[in-house]
Design a protein around this ligand. Structure first.
Ligand code: UYC
Length: 227
């Protein structure tokens, strides 16, 4: 086996997490390997994953005409299907996350939550926990899938929920884990938050705690995640 075949063999046999780490290496072996990544994106069309999200980002930012043609033909907006029960358009959120513009995506996510809650929340610019409880599962799953898919599985509400459950629903410990607090000092918005993939798992998206924990609690307890 040549070096590339060895690499592809390793890729086939390892976990998705390790596969993600191998993508850049595969690309470095030569442009002909883009074909391998394009084929991978077409496999199991029903399935989206952080691995496919990473491959999409690499192809998208490759400045390679064949990749551009391929993506325009098969996935013009991205790989996540933007389902909404409220006719909300998530395409800009998908664009920002593909481009790893996590800070803008974080702000836009809060705007989308307000849109989900309706006119009064849009004017208020933040949501009540009673509104969050009524969010459709479809829309929360779309938002969460977007975050997860384009962050190598690092960001999103379900990741935050898993951490929260593993800590026995203890918010004090969760803030520390997410780096939303160090010692007894709150992390300052926006300058002290980390807006790239060097952040701790679950760091984004943010939920402001100025008005208490109930919005975050309603998000993490939502029936959307019970499936
Ligand atoms: N901010 O400290 N936050 C704001 C966070 C707190 C405060 C926005 C997160 C603690 C004020 C976002 C943390 C606190 C404003 C976040 C955090 C505090 C503001 C954008 C760690 C003081 C401006 C807008 C838990 C001790 C006034 C929004 C305002 C904004 C996020 C102060 C996303 C995760 C308790 C004064 N902070 N926030 O509200 O109302 O969505 O916007 O959490």
């Amino acid at each position: 086996m040549n070096e590339l075949e060895t690499l592809k063999d390793k890729f086939a046999k390892t976990s998705d997490k390790n596969k993600i780490a191998l993508i850049d290496e595969i690309v470095e072996k030569g442009e002909e390997n883009y074909q391998f990544l394009r084929d991978f994106l077409l496999s199991n069309p029903e399935e989206v994953s952080p691995l496919k999200g990473k491959i999409y980002q690499v192809l998208k930012h490759s400045n390679h005409p064949e990749n551009e043609t391929f993506l325009n033909q098969h996935f013009p907006q991205g790989i996540v299907q933007l389902s909404s029960e409220k006719n909300i358009d998530y395409s800009e959120l998908q664009e920002l996350l593909i481009a790893k513009k996590y800070q803008e995506a974080d702000s836009l996510t809060r705007v989308k939550l307000c849109e989900l809650a309706g006119e009064t929340a849009i004017r208020r610019k933040w949501v009540y926990f009673t509104e969050v409880e009524k969010f459709p599962e479809t829309d929360l799953l779309t938002i969460d899938t977007l975050w997860q898919t384009y962050s190598e599985g690092k960001f999103g509400y379900q990741i935050q929920r898993q951490l929260w459950l593993s800590l026995g629903k203890d918010y004090t410990q969760l803030w520390t884990k997410l780096k939303w607090k160090s010692g007894n000092k709150w992390t300052k918005y926006p300058q002290e938050f980390i807006w790239d993939l060097s952040a701790p798992i679950g760091h984004l998206p943010l939920s402001n705690q100025l008005r208490g924990v109930r919005v975050m609690d309603a998000l993490l307890s939502h029936p959307a995640w019970q499936k």
